[in-house]
Design a protein around this ligand. Structure first.
Ligand SMILES: Cc1cc2nc3c(=O)[nH]c(=O)nc-3n(C[C@H](O)[C@H](O)[C@H](O)COP(=O)(O)O)c2cc1C
Length: 350
């Protein structure tokens, strides 16, 4: 089965189908990004609000990927992506960073269309070889951003996704084909669509490709990789969780449990379900919940909490299929091989 690699020109080290790790804030650092890009995927570093730390991570990636970079048409371009949570981020400082490090992809998320337009134009000036990808979660947002920014790819984030996303979302099963149709109706057929949300293996990836995606992004699956920087208790909770629709929940309470929520109203997030969420949906006032949480954390003899209750453990509905530790490069290779075998068997070539 031969695959057409539509990223041949723009991301020449990437093998088909494109598999990227999500730029998970604080968890996806250079170690993960390097491993994923080395395996022929798109490795990405997640948002960090400490620009100095981020610059160091990018420099580590540059130092360690010298051999791969030497094989690319433009050896100055860093073969990884960098995620930006746009709202509240100081644009000028980021543009300086992109000018210096020239990442292959800048992934923008969580902002209004006019902000995304400013950022897209800024990035194209600061680092013309950098691809601009925008993650969003609705048909309207996809059309608005396609028309206003004409990004190099649109990442369509379905409601199964772990982490923050559109509060009123749909799964990729309807989101990807409806966006495809809508863009076509408006004469736009040259922006690749990448699917994210609930994809953890070759089956999910094959499904996403058949819906019209040109590649996939996985966050939750990469939480199993030792290169992803999360505490061991978080990874263990991921491995233990099963039945993703029950074990995880979408809510704004995960950003409200410790204090005011600075996220715009359109966004909530999917986490491992916890006692805070259960109290919230049963109608308890958020201030009451915070008081309970604080006393449970600090007072000896108070109700015992487990790891789910003490923080927001972001995870998607695919969590039930993420059960064992696997090196990031092996995840990329396994998923890619499974897709090739699976699609081959579907069309009768294997
Ligand atoms: C732990 C975690 C952190 C995340 N952080 C970010 C982030 O900083 N920026 C972003 O655009 N998306 C973030 N996401 C969402 C991902 O980009 C992506 O949409 C999601 O992981 C896809 O769904 P999946 O987790 O089911 O694979 C995060 C997801 C997870 C699980």
């Amino acid at each position: 089965m031969s695959f057409r690699n539509i990223f041949n020109r723009t991301l020449p080290w990437v093998q088909s189908p494109l598999i990227a790790n999500a730029p998970m804030s604080g968890a996806a650092l250079s170690e993960l990004a390097i491993a994923v890009s080395r395996a022929g995927g798109l490795g990405q570093i997640g948002f960090l609000d400490d620009m100095h730390e981020l610059s160091n991570e990018l420099q580590v990636a540059r130092d360690k990927l010298q051999d791969l970079m030497a094989t690319l048409p433009d050896p100055q371009v860093l073969p990884i992506g960098v995620g930006v949570i746009v709202f509240g981020s100081p644009m000028e400082a980021w543009m300086r960073l992109f000018k210096t490090h020239k990442p292959a992809v800048v992934w923008l998320s969580f902002a209004a269309t006019n902000q995304l337009q400013q950022w897209t134009e800024g990035i194209r000036q600061a680092s013309p070889k950098t691809q601009v990808w925008v993650q969003l979660g609705s048909v309207k947002a996809a059309l608005d951003v396609a028309q206003a920014c004409h990004p190099d790819a649109l990442v369509l984030q379905g409601s199964d996704a772990g982490g923050h996303g559109h509060q009123d979302g749909a799964s990729i099963v309807s989101l990807v084909p409806e966006v495809t149709d809508t863009l076509l109706q408006h004469g736009i057929s040259d922006i690749p669509l990448i699917a994210a949300g609930g994809i953890v293996d070759g089956r999910g990836t094959t499904a996403a490709l058949s819906l019209g995606a040109s590649g996939v992004v996985m966050g939750t699956r990469f939480l199993s990789a030792p290169e992803t920087r999360i505490p061991r208790i978080y990874r263990d909770a991921i491995f233990k969780a099963s039945d993703g629709g029950q074990a995880t929940a979408r809510s704004r309470v995960f950003d409200e449990m410790w204090g005011p929520n600075f996220w715009p109203k359109t966004y909530d997030g999917r986490c491992l379900r916890n006692k805070v969420y259960d109290r919230y949906v049963s109608g308890e006032d958020i201030n009451q919940i915070r008081k309970w949480l604080s006393s449970a954390m600090n007072e000896p003899g108070a109700e015992s909490l487990d790891v789910h209750d003490m923080g927001s453990l972001w995870a998607g509905t695919g969590v039930g299929m993420v059960n064992t530790m696997q090196m990031a490069g092996d995840i990329v290779r396994t998923v890619r091989d499974d897709v090739r075998k699976g699609i081959g068997s579907l069309v009768g070539e294997y």
